[in-house]
Design a protein around this ligand. Structure first.
Ligand code: ZN
Length: 274
């Protein structure tokens, strides 16, 4: 489970809009050798991807440093982690990472297009030896001891088409690329009013969200149980903020960003002295 350190080969630039801000943003990913680091060019501030930068969750993840925020980084972070990249610089000229098609798939293509270069050194995994359980917003996130890196998510939404879904898999780059990375952000039409009332979701479009309404899915699914697969995508992106591989079985039951980030902070606190 030890990870060889890798960065990318050459810079690649992508533009889009933030799903919550609706704001245009341009991102350039570039080689680096100091872990995963965001750089806000519009305010000349670095935001390292580390537990110390966690700044809350409000329907998406937020990182911050010295007053500069980076929001909705989770799909890009999942792609970076999923493609085996440990060191990369991500420059952006606004607060929110672009949503692109709502999945991690376009970011996987960006990283593949750039290429991968090995760096000296390896990162040791954190081996989970006793179960950890967090309860948050009526859901649970657990990590159980396991001889593999395994993910399970159980999605439950009473009274909707989605009802109950199970997605699971043992980690491999191939599993991530084919079963998890293409899974889009999903949203219920019935939640839209609350999201917009909260000043969020200004960038929601038919081509960046898997919409779900009383008639069912508003577009064809890309992978089986796409909503549950997307929840694993979010977990992978959020847990990557910890900075080390986690050997164990990550099990989410109706959990979300708040539980994912609380887990990163719990792991960080538990390992800070070791
Ligand atoms: Zn997501």
């Amino acid at each position: 489970m030890t990870r060889q350190r890798y960065t990318i080969q050459s810079p690649v630039t992508v533009s889009g809009i933030g799903i919550h801000s609706g704001a245009p943003v341009t991102v350039t990913v570039a080689p680096g050798d100091s872990g995963v680091q965001f750089y806000r060019s519009d305010c000349d501030t670095w935001v390292p991807v580390s537990p110390a930068s966690i700044s809350g969750a409000n329907r998406a993840t937020a990182l911050a440093n010295q007053g500069a925020r980076v929001t909705t980084p989770e799909h890009l972070l999942a792609a970076i982690w999923g493609c085996g990249i440990t060191d990369i610089t991500i420059k952006l000229n606004a607060e929110e990472v672009p949503i692109l098609d709502g999945s991690a798939w376009p970011w996987v293509q960006v990283i593949r297009e750039s290429g991968r270069v090995s760096l000296p050194g390896q990162i040791d995994p954190l081996v989970i030896k006793t179960p950890i359980r967090l309860d948050s917003h009526g859901g649970q996130l657990l990590i159980l001891p396991d001889d593999q890196v395994r993910f399970t998510y159980i999605l439950t939404h009473a009274d909707t088409l989605v009802d109950t879904q199970l997605c699971q898999g043992v980690w491999s780059e191939d599993w991530f690329e084919t079963k998890i990375a293409p899974a889009r952000t999903f949203g219920f039409a019935s939640d839209l009013a609350a999201i917009t009332a909260a000043g969020l979701g200004k960038g929601i479009r038919a081509d960046n969200v898997l919409g779900i309404d009383a008639d069912g899915y508003q577009s064809e699914l890309r992978v089986p149980v796409e909503p549950a697969a997307h929840k694993i995508l979010d977990i992978i992106g959020d847990l990557s903020i910890f900075g080390r591989p986690i050997q164990g079985h990550v099990l989410g039951i109706r959990s979300g960003h708040a539980a994912n980030l609380a887990m990163v902070e719990a792991l960080y606190t538990a390992t800070a002295d070791s």
